[in-house]
Design a protein around this ligand. Structure first.
Ligand code: GLU
Length: 307
């Protein structure tokens, strides 16, 4: 398929899922997220050669939430290497993203880096690797890779998360009790809430993630991750990236993906492109209803899954 067709494919996808826009429930456990228009919808595609295409509100910033976990994982692996895997597993959890249950049974070692407990460990690791500036290093990376200097934290969302962050605080203290957090719990939480609060558009996110489609090479041609490091992240996205619906996502879409409760889903097609879709209405497992439908439609139209 010619790259010139990307725009038309996105328009076909948007047309096909139009009836799904607005379905689902906007996340309200973080009150600042509940203010978003539930009818919002956008989709963007960034190809490995630098082309960007989009439909709908693809340039409107939204709260990236757990999509940030893809980038903190990449930064922790790029800077610290494989030792991270001593502190966090890489198996699907089959439990809700903020569950405490499994953590006790498994001695404070989270199942994977994409559930909240695992992401808190990754943030802790990144704090140690960056001399205490985990969220700053993340922000610099996101700005550089998206080419957008205005990408920033949303201080209202971060404060709202902190005010309602009892579960994340509980997970952190619990892991600290097992010796699996090195930095003070308050510091880890502060950086974690900041990273989740970053506001980016579908265009920004698709561009920022193209290193995953380029086997670890950044937009300026510099190597960020080894080829096998990029493969590892894509693999964990496929098996753990969409909460306890990763099996359903692999079945319907067949591509590495990472969702967030802000309603975004980031998807990688290795060697070809990245996609990001946004629609704030979530299904019962926390994934965007229209986002799932759009990615399903995209792979059905193009036949581009990894399978
Ligand atoms: N900041 C959210 C939380 O910690 C992220 C959840 C998500 O997007 O999965 O609850």
């Amino acid at each position: 398929m010619e790259t010139a067709d990307y725009q038309r494919i996105l328009e076909d996808v948007a047309h096909e899922v139009a009836g799904t826009v607005g379905r689902g429930r906007v996340a309200d456990y973080i009150p600042a997220l509940a203010a978003v228009d539930p009818e919002s919808f956008g989709i963007a595609l960034a190809d490995v050669d630098g082309g960007v295409y989009g439909v709908g509100q693809w340039q409107q910033p939204f709260s990236v939430q757990s999509i940030s976990k893809t980038f903190t994982l990449a930064l922790a692996l790029a800077r610290g290497g494989e030792s991270l895997w001593k502190r966090v597993g890489r198996e699907p959890s089959g439990n809700p993203f903020n569950s405490l249950l499994q953590l006790e049974l498994e001695n404070g070692i989270p199942r994977n880096p994409f559930i909240n407990a695992g992401a808190l460990v990754v943030t802790d690791e990144l704090l140690s690797l960056t001399g205490g500036d985990a969220s700053g290093v993340l922000l610099d990376f996101l700005r550089e890779e998206s080419g957008n200097d205005t990408v920033d934290f949303d201080r209202v969302v971060a404060a709202s998360e902190a005010d309602h962050g009892h579960r994340n605080a509980a997970l952190s203290h619990f892991m600290a009790g097992y010796g699996n957090l090195v930095n003070p719990v308050e510091t880890v939480l502060e950086h974690y809430f900041r990273q989740c609060s970053v506001a980016m558009s579908c265009q920004d996110l698709a561009l920022a993630a193209t290193f995953l489609a380029r086997h670890g090479v950044r937009r300026d041609g510099g190597r960020f991750l080894t080829r096998s490091g990029a493969k590892q992240i894509n693999a964990v996205m496929l098996t753990c990236g969409t909460y306890d619906a990763a099996g359903e996502f692999a079945y319907r879409v067949g591509l590495p993906g990472k969702s967030g409760v802000g309603g975004g889903i980031l998807v990688v097609i290795p060697q070809r492109c990245t996609l990001c879709v946004w629609g704030p209405g979530l299904d019962e497992r926390g994934n965007s209803v229209v986002g799932m439908a759009a990615m399903d439609s995209f792979t059905t139209i193009t036949g581009w899954s990894i399978f």
